[in-house]
Design a protein around this ligand. Structure first.
Ligand code: ADP
Ligand code: ZN
Ligand code: MG
Length: 390
């Protein structure tokens, strides 16, 4: 019998709210000046009190709705206590037993992955350890930034599946406009939990943190699956622990033993009231969800007759797909008198030119309509001249 890998993800995403989670400091991930966007609240000066950011709450509920979650009618914040220099209060305001969203799912490449919960918390500051120096530095610009945490069920079975799931999630967050969810910038951080077993009973899980790209998520999982199988095959056990990823050696390494919930002494946050949401409030947020990537995939295939590959090129680049749609609508207008087949063929040609030539020139850079000199109207005209329709 073969070993079956079991994988669950914990994904933290910084929301793109204007201000931080519990104070009015600016949320600016690009701020280079250390300790610039800080105040009494996010540096935990005595006597200060938090005020919850409603925009952040709405964004988490929006994400939950897009991911088929149940939105809890009643919710609250809790304190998660631990000591670390990047966490000024000595605790993090998070959500323990009443998160905003529970029990959702996302289907990626035909595979359904359960979403256990999505909750809201605050980000920590960042510590810097200058090379060779006998001290460390702390930057609190990130401290108190709204951070959404999503936890999946252990439904994933390979590195490839985990990578695809995380990529689709990033795309959904971008479509929803809740976060840029850039992994390289640390706006989205994926932690993986992995175990292997030959039976129905799950094996001991290991957590891997600090994975800074989708590629690394996949590699770290594949490495870890092999490592665990080798351990078990040689009669050893897997230790429950947190591991890191060594970029150069391309292997995981032990960091520390894993804390459990009781180590954090969770209790309800006394400085913030419990929250309740009306049906109308949730409906209103739902109505603000525009087209999701999966819906766009379907529509591009039926409406424009594009193949799967071209569709995907557009769907993963929202701006690019919007430009294409403008071109398609111009084409449609220009050749109103032609039949459907000719229109479709012109649209197909437009899609081919955009994908091969325009993306080719950009050479991996992101398409931005404002920096592209050709208007959708002119682009459509060019296509029609090529097709000799005008
Ligand atoms: P913990 O209390 O250690 O944080 P949780 O039950 O909250 O554990 O699960 C954390 C993550 O680990 C979830 O994504 C979950 O799906 C996943 N997970 C739980 N058990 C296993 C297992 N045996 N193997 C792999 N992943 C697991
Ligand atoms: Zn502040
Ligand atoms: Mg947990």
């Amino acid at each position: 019998m073969e070993y079956k890998p079991t994988i669950g993800l914990e994904i933290h995403t910084e929301l793109n709210t204007k201000s931080k989670m519990f104070c009015s400091c600016k949320n600016d991930p690009n701020e280079k000046r250390p300790n610039f966007n800080i105040c009494e609240v996010c540096t935990a000066q005595p006597g200060t009190l938090p005020v919850a950011n409603e925009e952040a709450i709405k964004k988490v509920i929006k994400a939950g709705l897009a991911l088929n979650c149940k939105i809890l009618k009643e919710s609250k914040f809790d304190r998660k206590n631990y000591f670390y220099p990047d966490i000024p209060k000595g605790y993090q305001i998070s959500q323990y037993d009443k998160p905003f969203c529970e029990n959702g799912h996302l289907v990626v490449n035909g595979k359904k992955v359960g979403i256990t919960r999505i909750h809201l918390e605050e980000d920590t500051g960042s510590s810097i350890h200058p090379d060779g120096a006998g001290f460390s530095l702390v930057n609190y610009n990130r401290a108190g930034v709204a951070l959404m945490e999503l936890v999946t069920e252990p439904d994933i079975s390979s590195g490839q599946e985990a990578k695809s799931f995380a990529e689709e999630l990033q795309l959904i967050f971008r479509y929803l406009g809740v976060s840029d969810a850039d992994m390289e910038k640390g706006l989205m951080r994926v932690e993986v939990n992995i175990s292997v077993s030959k039976t129905k009973k799950f094996g001991t899980k290991v957590e891997i943190k600090n994975l800074n790209s989708f590629r690394v998520v996949q590699k770290a999982i594949d490495f870890e699956i092999e490592r665990q199988i080798k351990l078990l095959e040689s009669g050893q056990r897997v230790v429950q622990e947190t591991r890191g990823w060594h970029d150069k050696k391309e292997e995981t390494f032990s960091q520390r033993e894993k804390e459990s919930a009781h180590d954090y002494r969770y209790f309800p946050e006394p400085d913030l009231p419990p929250m309740s949401f009306s049906e109308d409030y949730i409906e209103k947020i739902k109505s603000e969800i525009l087209e999701l990537p999966s819906e766009k995939r379907e529509r591009f295939k039926t409406e424009y007759g594009l193949d799967e590959k071209s569709t995907e090129v557009f769907v993963v680049q929202k701006d690019f797909s919007e430009y294409f749609e403008k071109v398609a609508s111009e084409v449609d207008e220009w050749i109103d008198q032609k039949d459907d087949k000719e229109i479709k063929s012109a649209i197909k040609l437009a899609s081919n030119y955009l994908i091969s030539d325009v993306l080719g020139i950009l050479n991996g850079k992101e398409f931005k309509e404002e920096s592209f000199k050709v208007t959708p109207e002119n682009f459509a005209e060019l296509i029609l001249l090529i097709e000799e329709f005008i």
